[in-house]
Design a protein around this ligand. Structure first.
Ligand code: FAD
Ligand code: NAI
Length: 329
């Protein structure tokens, strides 16, 4: 019997690694503490439809990622989003800010991509891994319920850096590199309006505000046009400063900032929601690709090992899988 490879985290990095290993004929087993796949690329089903609370869109610049995204497009998992983009200025003016950048989203929701990648791969959800135990030859994983999983030949940790640190304790060098990566939070708020807001704006890069970005979720391909749903992201600084603010107060503050930004009468929303991403983005940039202890068979990947974006996370997962395959040859 072949001993499988464990992957902790079924976000885009973990799934990127899982697919590459599977395509090389290896057996993988994914673990995730959430109910489903996607991590920061997941979507939330709500009374106002499906909402992209984390990653809003992604760009593809690396040729390997470009060809992967084209594959997702041909599978029907991803579509191009062509928003009317705006910018705000210090004097409060909103001006169109068009560009030539191709921007991709999952269709009909962001999580369609990781669902597609997951396919029939073996995965355990609602399973938080708390410890990695290295035996003489193989790895075992301990979960928060006290269950043991294993044996595994290799382990790939594909979680945000702060969550990876404890899992990497067996390899102190890797653990200390992960511990050095700080990740900033982002408060996300959704406002849904019964009648569409009177604006052509689909997305706006915001300056000098508690807000960093606002987007009309319903303008993305495949989404319901009713109600008119908007996703608001606070800046890292505002999110840090208000990290423990109750959700109702966060909604009120960001709703106020949104009304000020838009220069239109914003009616009372019929639905609101707030979500706190504790580890939204790495505070600094790294170019590690992957962290590896090949002798132990332990690897760490994720957006924090490259650019803190969807593309960087996918490339990092590819690199982790490549290193495992290289070791097995
Ligand atoms: P994650 O998606 O975080 O996946 C890690 C997974 O590990 C999660 O599913 C988690 O549940 C699981 N996990 C953690 N600990 C454990 C454990 N102990 N046991 C089991 N499972 C565990 N990127 C862009 O390119 N464009 C954008 O517009 C954009 N906007 C963003 C907006 C927000 C608000 C946020 C939060 C992120 C945004 N990003 C954006 C960044 C992008 O979402 C991430 O770079 C990317 O999704 C990270 O993928 P990942 O696989 O490295 O990590
Ligand atoms: P991109 O090229 O569209 O954007 C990169 C940055 O360039 C933007 O943040 C914005 O400041 C600027 N920009 C781009 N197009 C613009 C335009 N038409 N008008 C005015 N400014 C423009 O996409 P890329 O490089 O793929 O970045 C992804 C996005 O994801 C960024 O906006 C980034 O801030 C966001 N992100 C947010 C996170 C969060 O936690 N809120 C985490 C990770 C990424």
């Amino acid at each position: 019997m072949t001993v499988p490879i464990a992957i902790i985290g079924a976000g885009i990095a973990g799934l990127s690694a899982a697919r590459k290993l599977h395509d090389a004929g290896l057996t993988v087993h994914l673990f995730d503490k959430s109910r489903g796949s996607g991590g920061r690329m997941s979507s939330k089903r709500s009374d106002a439809g499906s909402l992209d609370l984390g990653a809003q869109y992604f760009t593809a610049r690396n040729p390997r990622f470009v060809s992967e995204v084209n594959r997702w497009h041909s599978e029907g998992w991803a579509s191009e989003w062509k928003p009317h983009l705006y910018n705000n200025h210090t004097d409060g003016q909103l001006t169109p800010s068009p560009d030539e950048q191709t921007r991709w989203v999952g269709n009909p929701r962001m999580s369609a991509i990781t669902r597609g990648l997951l396919g029939h791969l073996t995965a355990s959800f609602m399973c938080r891994i708390t410890e990695l135990i290295r035996g003489e030859k193989h790895w075992h994983l301990q979960d928060a319920e006290g269950n043991d999983h294993g044996p595994f030949s290799h382990v790939i940790v594909a979680t945000p850096a702060p969550q990876a640190t404890a899992l990497l304790a067996t390899a102190p060098k890797l653990a200390s590199a992960a511990a050095g990566v700080k990740m900033d939070p982002t408060w996300a708020v959704v406002l849904a309006f019964e009648t569409a807001l009177d604006t052509v704006i689909d997305g706006c890069f915001v300056q000098d505000s508690p807000l960093d970005w606002v987007a009309r979720n319903s303008s993305k391909p495949g989404r319901d046009s009713k109600p008119d749903t908007w996703v608001l992201h606070a800046t890292s600084a505002w999110s840090k400063e208000h990290i423990d603010m109750p959700k109702e107060a966060v909604i009120e503050h960001l709703h106020g900032a949104f009304a000020e930004l838009m220069h239109i009468t914003v009616p009372a929303p019929i639905f609101t929601l707030a979500h706190r991403w504790l580890y939204a983005r790495p505070a600094g940039a790294h170019e590690w690709g992957v962290l590896a202890d090949s002798d132990l068979g332990l690897y760490a990947c994720g957006d924090w090992c490259l650019s803190g974006r969807v593309e960087g996370a996918w490339l990092s997962g590819q690199e982790a899988a490549r290193r495992v395959i290289e070791r097995l040859q």
